[in-house]
Design a protein around this ligand. Structure first.
Ligand code: SIN
Ligand code: MN
Length: 265
């Protein structure tokens, strides 16, 4: 185990848990250098903002042989801090379904509408939401800078029907609108901002309702996401699969490759 009982209880109750100062400044700096290089590429892994050249997302950082690969990201994905934490909440062996970085640039970085993640992954052929996302803050996340917001407890709702939205930003998703969000917030309470310094990590459930606003600050808000899937949650590849850097069907369990590091208080 890497997570304490309290942390596992918080994840179960709220659908997320935050671990501060988990990743070192050196690791964050190395990842940011690798990402800055990847921003120069013209590749399907690099997604730009609508009508602009600013980078919105980068996929595939865990694939060291790939164009956007980063050895530091690959190493971290097998660290006890991330992998064992993921296995603690999944209760079994896990592999990486994908990694992505959302680079919400200063002033121009755009919103992510309210949504749940599992809908898309279900379309990718996954039957059960036996998955967990590990968010790593590569910049300080502030409310002004467009940090994420979570609706605590919303993961217990299961799949909530929303509306397909391919217009608002360059990334289509199934967005939850005013009626769904009003009902949800009346039931679960106000969303909470997910703020923290560089190196902060948040684990969250694939049904947890989340979203984020425009980056109004003069600082970038880069977030890296490691999405782990339980190995027993087999993917039935659909007729029109997404590329494997978005939906990895090969369920090869990852091995933890280091000793647990003490968690900061
Ligand atoms: C996401 O939900 O995939 C991204 C949200 C964000 O980066 O703010
Ligand atoms: Mn999401």
């Amino acid at each position: 185990m890497f997570l304490t009982q309290d942390q596992r209880d918080a994840y179960e109750r709220d659908g997320f848990v935050i671990l501060r100062d988990l990743v070192s400044a050196e690791e964050v700096a190395r990842i940011k250098r690798d990402l800055a290089r990847a921003c120069e590429l013209r590749d399907g892994r690099v997604v730009r903002e609508k009508g602009s050249d600013a980078v919105r997302m980068i996929y595939g950082m865990n694939e060291v042989e790939g164009p956007t690969g980063s050895q530091t990201v690959a190493d971290l994905s097998c660290s006890s801090r991330l992998l064992q934490s993921a296995k603690d909440v999944l209760g079994e062996e896990a592999y990486l379904f994908h990694t992505k970085c959302n680079l919400k640039e200063a002033i121009t970085g755009e919103i992510w509408q309210w949504h749940q993640d599992f809908g898309v992954w279900h379309h990718d052929g996954l039957e059960r939401p036996d998955m967990v996302t590990v968010l790593l803050m590569l910049d300080e996340a502030t409310e002004l800078g467009g940090c994420m917001y979570f609706v605590p407890g919303s993961h217990k709702e299961g799949d909530i029907a929303g509306q397909s939205d391919g217009e608002t930003t360059s990334v289509a998703l199934v967005a939850l609108g005013k009626p769904e969000m009003t009902e949800l917030i009346n039931r679960h309470g106000e969303p909470v901002p997910v703020t923290g310094g560089r190196g902060t990590v948040a684990l969250f459930h694939p049904y947890l309702v989340h979203g984020s606003g425009h980056n109004m600050s003069i600082h970038s808000r880069w977030h890296l996401y490691f999405v782990y899937n339980a190995v027993s949650n087999v993917m039935t590849v659909p007729d029109d699969p997404r590329p494997s850097f978005k939906a990895q069907p090969r369920a090869v369990p990852l091995q933890v490759r280091d000793e647990p590091t003490p968690q900061a208080a």
